[in-house]
Design a protein around this ligand. Structure first.
Ligand code: HEC
Length: 121
């Protein structure tokens, strides 16, 4: 299912005309994967839910949580330590390439939207 969705997304992106940004196919594939695998806790808008923290927080800036800690959180999970949402379980079913797409998407959203203070005000 995920592979089908990614292919569909890539196809749509590559047909979207001359105004497509470089990298937008990767971005929309990453967005799709994020929505399927992460948004139930971290929110469709990356601003968190009652089950997980916002990825648009200063604490997830690349200098606090580099890409390696994203890879580790996805493959091994993460014990609760910055927040009070409980532990993050490992996320099943994502290939290494798919994890990279998700990380690229999160970094782009952080760039676009900026970061909220941590701890939250
Ligand atoms: C079942 C809920 C849940 C899902 C699904 C989930 N997370 Fe999390 N995640 C959490 C919680 C809760 C924390 C906060 C742990 C803490 O208190 O620091 C967290 C923390 C993290 C961290 C920080 C790890 C660290 O080293 O502090 C990263 C990175 C992360 N999540 C990425 C992801 C990505 C990427 C996905 C999707 C592939 C995802 N999460 C899916 C609940 C979830």
């Amino acid at each position: 299912m995920i592979a089908v969705a990614v292919v569909a997304t890539l196809t749509v992106a590559s047909c979207s005309g001359s105004d497509a940004q470089p990298g937008s196919a990767a971005t929309s594939a990453g967005a799709e994967l994020y929505e399927q695998s992460c948004a139930s806790c971290h929110g469709n808008d990356l601003r968190g839910t009652d089950r997980g923290p916002p990825h648009l927080s200063q604490v997830y800036a690349p200098d606090h949580h580099p890409d390696a800690s994203f890879r580790a959180a996805v493959t091994q999970g993460s014990p609760a330590h910055h927040w009070n949402f409980g532990d993050m379980p490992p996320v099943e079913g994502l290939s290494d390439d798919e994890i990279e797409l998700v990380i690229t998407y999160v970094r782009e959203q952080q760039e676009i939207h900026g970061l909220e203070p941590y701890p939250p005000e």
